[in-house]
Ligand binder design. Sequence first.
Ligand SMILES: O=C(O)CCC(=O)C(=O)O
Ligand SMILES: [Fe+2]
Length: 387
Amino acid sequence: MGRDGGRRLLMGWASAAATCGGGGGESSSTTTTRTTQMDPSCPPFPQPEAPPLPLQLQPGLPGLELPTLDLERVGGEDRAALVAACRDLGAFRVVNHGVPGELRRRLLELVKQLLGRDTFELKKARPGYFWGTAALKSLRVKEVNWLEGLHVDLVPGSSSLSSQVGDGDDDDDDGWVPIRALMAEYGDHMARIARKLFDALADELGLDHHQAASYLAERQGFLRLYRYPPCPSSASCLGMEPHTDSSVLSIILGQDHVGGLQVLRDGAWRDVFPAPGELLVNLGDMMTAISGGSYQSVRHRVLASRPSTERVSCCYFAFPQEDAVVEAPSGIGDGVYRPFSYREFREQVQADIKAVGTKVGLSRFYATATRSQTVKMEYIMPFLWGS
Ligand SMILES: O=C(O)CCC(=O)C(=O)O
Ligand SMILES: [Fe+2]
């Protein structure tokens, strides 16, 4: 997901701004009118003029059972189960992860306070604050993500964390200072967990020491803190559009008891139920490339929060070193992808979003042009045709 909300782009959206909490009031100049910011904490989400397309919710389908892995065993007796989960879907739960319950609880509580308490006017001035859909740059984007968030870099000693949430000795502690320490502590746990999972997979893939180190720069990962505010049209809006993560792996801490995350399984969207105390791991595109296509980057999305609920989550994303050339070990994946760096990938994603309004992703990096061409169009055309 992107970090800027693309507010200027919303100008081109010919519709009324919707409310967060519903209700009437001040109306848009263009159309039909439901508008007021009943809740001043909510960004001015727009709504398309035409009724949005149904979301293929397929209500009859049961929630998806994900494999649950014990972090302390993934290097040993649970390694086969880890590999199976990565080959099969690319998503699993982790228990025995060592992140104290109190830390998780305080972090989510702070996210809730910081994003839910302040007015939008105040929040939008915060470095790292974003809302809506980054790809709104392209007016072809048909859905607006019903979310807001804060991007937090975790590079040790970097000034970015300080500049986002204060430098620790400021007097204007309006609630952002305590979260800095929490995020740093939480980030250490995330780096530890990412390394442990990745090392088990690196071993399995036969990566050498240098590859194992450069394909996961876990300490340079970042956090995104999300709030999915109550949405008056939750049946037809998304909290976050369908996507695969670009990361090596991502670790999601979701608000206990509030669902909304779905993964695509055999062509159908399936709920991933919240499981208190557990962390959810998604493999990202970089892991697919590192494994020569053997491990899946799972396609997922988040439903918009119902009018009376809100969801908060905290996601950690770990990437390879920016310029490390990612290549699967010989004999694995038979050269499906050409060697490329994460920097190249990121730049290609940005270029595609600019050009066609969506991420095309790994199919851009297939080793053979013909294959690349075919799959690329499969990704792009449904989007352009609105299916
Ligand atoms: O909030 C969530 O549970 C998922 C967020 C997500 O998929 C992402 O940030 O890429
Ligand atoms: Fe994601």
